[in-house]
Write a protein that binds this ligand. Structure first.
Ligand code: IYR
Length: 221
């Protein structure tokens, strides 16, 4: 067993109720601006902002604080080209026979297809990997709540990138094992999410979807 951590005082300034509501409103208004974008401008983005967003994601809570994630920031055009090619190969199969008709029907209004040009156009891709275990000298130590932990970290990441004025897409080509090979990651890491990052292209459009209202998703007792 490892030693317990010593505890240190934790203090945070307590906001007045007014400031608290104002801060929550500002955050919500910024969150409402976010849309998944599939047409990116090739313009470069401030990479320091992206690294800070990844630092924010890395501060997310995780099961037993193991931080079971790795963020691979891809800017190399040849790697992006190989990722696009491999993703399109999988997606071509998905759209032609692997996705059952109800799934295709659910996607039809979004107008997505197997083509993933954004994987090359976006100036950056962030590939998030999950680690379900780590190896010590003697044994393999399993991680707990990995999906929850990595999902929360990705939520932090998307919110931070959005707050920095950047557009993203949550992309999950399936299966996505090819990412581990192309990005040369160890067998203990499995791809979790592929996030193109950049600015929306001039003339970019997004589907006119509606979010459910708060009354539909919030239950108060
Ligand atoms: N991964 C595919 C299909 C897809 C699945 C869902 I669920 C979406 O919300 C959107 C697309 C693709 O990226 O095209």
């Amino acid at each position: 067993m490892s030693e317990p951590f010593p505890h240190v005082p934790y203090r945070r300034e307590r906001l007045s109720p007014d400031r608290s509501v104002r801060a929550a409103r500002e955050f919500a208004e910024t969150a409402f601006l976010r849309r998944s974008v599939r047409e990116f401008s090739p313009d470069p983005v401030p990479e320091d902002a992206v690294r800070l967003a990844i630092a924010a994601a890395n501060s997310a809570p995780s099961g037993a604080n193991v931080q079971p994630w790795t963020f691979v920031l891809v800017r190399n055009p040849e790697l992006k080209r190989r990722i696009r090619e491999a993703a399109e190969n999988e997606e071509r199969e998905n759209y032609s026979w692997r996705m059952p008709p109800p799934w295709l029907r659910a996607l039809a209004p979004l107008g997505t297809d197997w083509r993933k040009e954004f994987l090359e156009t976006a100036p950056l891709l962030i590939v998030v990997f999950r680690s379900d275990f780590h190896q010590t000298e003697h044994d393999r130590v399993l991680h707990y709540y990995v999906s929850e932990s990595v999902g929360i970290a990705c939520g932090f990441l998307l919110a931070a990138l959005n707050a920095a004025g950047l557009s993203t897409l949550t992309h999950t080509p399936s299966p996505m094992g090819f990412l581990r090979e192309i990005l040369d990651r160890p067998a203990s890491e499995r791809p979790f999410l592929l996030i193109p990052v950049g600015y929306a292209a001039e003339g970019c459009t997004v589907p006119d979807i509606r979010k459910k209202g708060l009354a539909e998703v919030l239950v108060e007792r």
